[in-house]
Ligand binder design. Structure first.
Ligand SMILES: Cc1cc2nc3c(=O)[nH]c(=O)nc-3n(C[C@H](O)[C@H](O)[C@H](O)COP(=O)(O)O)c2cc1C
Length: 305
């Protein structure tokens, strides 16, 4: 009998549906036992998000200092053949519940010497978050064997507006003039193919999983146009987070005032620097092509595009 653990958290239910789609073929198999561990923050995060509350969690999310979770309903001493970590991205970082899990003593026990598949459902900027998860996993002695990342269907420009509107109104298409936010439901259903490949590998023999199982299945798609933006964005997020934490505690007025300044700065950045760097990148593309291709291959690993 093979044992698989799925660690998950979702505010809107989107990532849970994705995890269910991937796990269905495993659950259908009598030789595989699937356990689910739902992460529950002690203080639930609001959904829809009040505007300022959304940004209030920004510094601690980026600095990976999460709010605590309720006690984890898991037998940390159990050895799993595979652990699937389903997480969403918050501010180019893993969401706070997943960060809290990765910092827990249970995760240290569960993940040591264990193969891991990460399963990401987000707007479309997941590269830096995955780098942070990779670092944590390697510190915990886990082995990342595959990564699946599904992103919002409406594209980069439109989702700059549609995803925040979804977060602030609770509706995926609050107005007729905005495209629907979120991952395409057909893509969520089609994610079953990953579960089928994992089932095939798990039932082929009883050897530990050492190699990727999802090569050639389109588990990720790296948008090369976003690599530089994510790196620059992440550096700026780190600086601002440290500054905001230094200004005052989470609920203080000083922190709120600092956040307002930051939000204005961020909006100015989006409407000025983002288009200018996009243009620059286009102009410099012939010179940077080889490096971008190398980076693309790196970020696509271990499953590949
Ligand atoms: C506070 C917050 C910050 C977010 N930041 C990002 C981000 O940096 N990159 C991204 O691709 N998506 C981002 N998203 C979108 C989420 O990754 C995800 O698509 C959405 O919250 C739905 O996830 P759910 O499964 O929890 O409902 C953010 C969402 C929230 C709530």
């Amino acid at each position: 009998m093979r044992h698989v653990l799925i660690v998950h958290y979702s505010q809107t239910g989107q990532l849970d549906r994705l995890a269910e789609s991937v796990c269905a073929p495993l659950q259908d198999c009598s030789d595989i036992q699937v356990d689910f561990l739902q992460l529950q923050p002690q203080q639930p995060y609001p959904f829809p998000w009040p505007f300022l509350e959304f940004f209030r969690i920004f510094p601690e999310t980026v600095l990976m200092r999460p709010q605590p979770l309720k006690p984890l309903a898991v037998d940390a001493g159990k050895r799993y053949d595979l652990i699937i970590l389903a997480y969403q991205v918050w501010f180019l970082s893993p969401s706070q519940p997943m960060t809290a899990f990765l910092a827990s003593p249970e995760a240290a026990q569960l993940l040591k010497d264990t193969p891991v598949v990460t399963l990401i459902g987000c707007r479309n900027m997941w590269l830096m978050a995955q780098e942070k998860v990779k670092t944590k996993l390697s510190q915990l002695g886990a082995r990342l064997v595959d990564n699946i990342a599904l992103t919002d269907a409406c594209g980069t420009a439109a989702s700059f507006l549609s995803t925040p509107l979804w977060m602030f109104t609770g509706r995926q298409k609050p107005y007729s003039w905005v495209p629907r936010a979120g991952i395409d439901e057909a893509e969520i259903v089609a994610a079953r193919r990953f579960g089928e490949a994992i089932r095939q590998r798990l039932t082929a023999d009883h050897l530990p999983i050492e190699q990727p199982m999802l090569k050639g299945l389109g588990a990720v798609k790296v948008d090369e146009k976003l690599i530089a933006s994510e790196k620059v964005g992440n550096r700026s997020f780190q600086l601002w987070s440290r500054l905001l934490v230094a200004i005052g505690p989470r609920r203080s007025r000083r922190r709120a005032a600092g956040l307002v300044v930051y939000i204005v700065f961020l909006l100015c950045l989006i409407v000025t620097v983002v288009p200018v760097t996009a243009l620059l990148k286009k102009l410099l593309a012939p010179l940077t092509k080889a490096r971008v291709q190398r980076e693309k291959a790196y970020f696509a690993g271990p499953s590949g595009e």
